[in-house]
Design a protein around this ligand. Structure first.
Ligand code: ATP
Ligand code: MG
Length: 250
């Protein structure tokens, strides 16, 4: 089982879209669990999971219910939904040892091939739990200074946890989303190549092209790959998943 976290503290860069596509595409061939670590619950909503009166990641982290009794089985993958209560995570999970809670929970997820974590655009104990529980991180960025700055934050975070021997997380690759064929976007990709050297993971060759269909598919509560498989972004995500498997297999 490999755990992959999708992250950037910059909001709106395409983290949740990426989580949903990876879960849906890898889910055709592998046993996949997606976990929504964001109180906004966008991943839970985009994936069309049941949101009312069902167990969430909050109860699982608090050991009130076992992981296997809290996951929902969707057609392509399993999901552990999020809770609005997670806005209080800094208070509820404020003890130093709490950063190990997710790692402990995932000991019960060994039957899966992949666990994919969607993170909120914020620093919180939930983000730290993800660093500690993950084998790999996919930092997501769009062509924007804030998103690039977010990558530097990731580098500092990883260095901090590694120094304390709390994680061995590796950068699987930086993903450029909402890509357009302009010189500005090409320059952004070159910047990612430089940052990738510092982060220890080159950007994925596959860039996710900008497409209006991405938001349409959300309204339809489907992944883009299901909603319109011939769409450019859907094809890009399929190529990305091949690259992910190649990189993991080394
Ligand atoms: N390739 C793309 N082309 C066009 N629009 C996109 C693309 N990827 C994502 N978007 C749009 O960008 C917006 C933000 O996407 P998403 O919710 O995946 O970002 P996020 O990083 O998870 O945001 P947050 O930080 O709030 O969690 C959404 O409206 C989504 O439809
Ligand atoms: Mg999101």
């Amino acid at each position: 089982m490999k755990t992959i976290m999708i992250s950037n503290q910059k909001g709106g860069v395409g983290k949740t879209t990426t989580t949903l596509e990876i879960c849906s595409i890898l889910g055709k061939k592998y046993k996949v669990l997606g976990i929504d670590m964001d109180a906004q619950r966008n991943f839970s909503m985009y994936a069309d999971a049941e949101l009312n009166q069902v167990p969430t990641v909050n109860e699982v982290l608090n050991a009130e219910i076992l992981l296997k009794d809290a996951v929902q089985h969707l057609p392509k993958f399993d999901i552990l939904i999020s809770s609005k209560k997670l806005v209080d995570a800094p208070k509820v999970f404020g003890e130093p040892d709490d950063i190990f809670l997710l790692k402990d929970v995932l000991e019960d997820a060994q039957d899966y091939d992949f666990v994919i974590l969607d993170n909120a655009p914020a620093r919180s104990p939930l983000l730290y739990m993800s660093y500690i529980a993950s084998d790999y991180i996919i930092p997501v960025a769009e062509c924007d200074d804030g998103a690039i700055e977010g990558l530097n934050e990731i580098q500092l975070d990883i260095a901090r946890f590694k120094k304390r021997h709390q994680t061995d997380v590796k950068v699987l690759g930086i993903l450029l989303t909402k890509y357009e064929k302009t010189s500005m976007h090409q320059m952004a990709y070159e910047t990612l190549e430089e940052i990738g050297e510092k982060l220890g993971g080159a950007p994925f060759k596959t860039k996710i092209r900008k497409s209006i269909v991405v938001s349409e598919s959300k309204t339809a509560r489907q992944s883009i790959s299901e909603y319109q498989p011939q769409n450019t972004a859907a094809k890009d995500y399929t190529k990305l998943c091949k690259e992910i498997i190649e990189r993991i297999q080394g």
